[in-house]
Design a binder for this molecule. Structure first.
Ligand SMILES: [Fe+2]
Ligand SMILES: [Fe+2]
Length: 163
């Protein structure tokens, strides 16, 4: 199906990218994809585009959960921001699951993608305005975290479930 390799892979391999820059680039990419959904007309276009959005979100969230969140949680001794972020990931992933198992031919489909984009927007705002500034104040090696996340992303995109 149409969603093939993404631009993140070559970027990640070419230059070291700090963790926060990598996550911000993902956020921007997701927000562009949500905006582009408005242009999708046919059911098959919608379905392929939503499959791409869902894959991008799942991989982004997984890389945060496996690498970035645990490091930041530990460094900040956080017991609030990261647990809330995990709950937000879970509710967005719930919508991902619903979208992936339905056909794009009714008003509920558009409603779910709209609500998903709103949840993601809210979540991204909290990360960028609260979590990232606090993470930057720690002694964490952001280049090392970024490199580990970039390579994990590559791995996940390479083995991503077919659509
Ligand atoms: Fe997140
Ligand atoms: Fe994020």
């Amino acid at each position: 199906m149409p969603n093939t390799a993404k631009t993140e892979k070559p970027q990640a391999m070419e230059k070291p990218q700090d963790a926060i820059a990598l996550l911000r680039a993902d956020h921007k990419h997701l927000s562009d994809l949500f905006a582009k959904y408005e242009e999708m007309r046919s059911s098959s276009q919608k379905k392929a585009h939503v499959a791409q959005i869902c894959t991008e979100f799942k991989i982004h969230a997984l890389v945060e959960e496996e690498i970035f969140y645990p490091a930041v949680k530990k460094a900040l001794k956080d017991d609030e921001m990261i647990p809330e972020a995990l709950v937000e990931h879970a509710s967005i992933n719930n919508l991902v699951g619903q979208l992936e198992s339905m056909e794009p031919d009714g008003e509920m489909y558009d409603a779910k993608i709209k609500v998903m984009s709103e949840y993601v927007k809210h979540h991204v705002k909290e990360e960028q305005q609260e979590l990232f500034p606090k993470a930057k104040e720690t002694k964490l090696d952001m280049n090392d975290l970024g490199a580990r996340m970039a390579s994990r992303k590559e791995e996940l995109f390479a083995q991503k479930p077919g659509h």
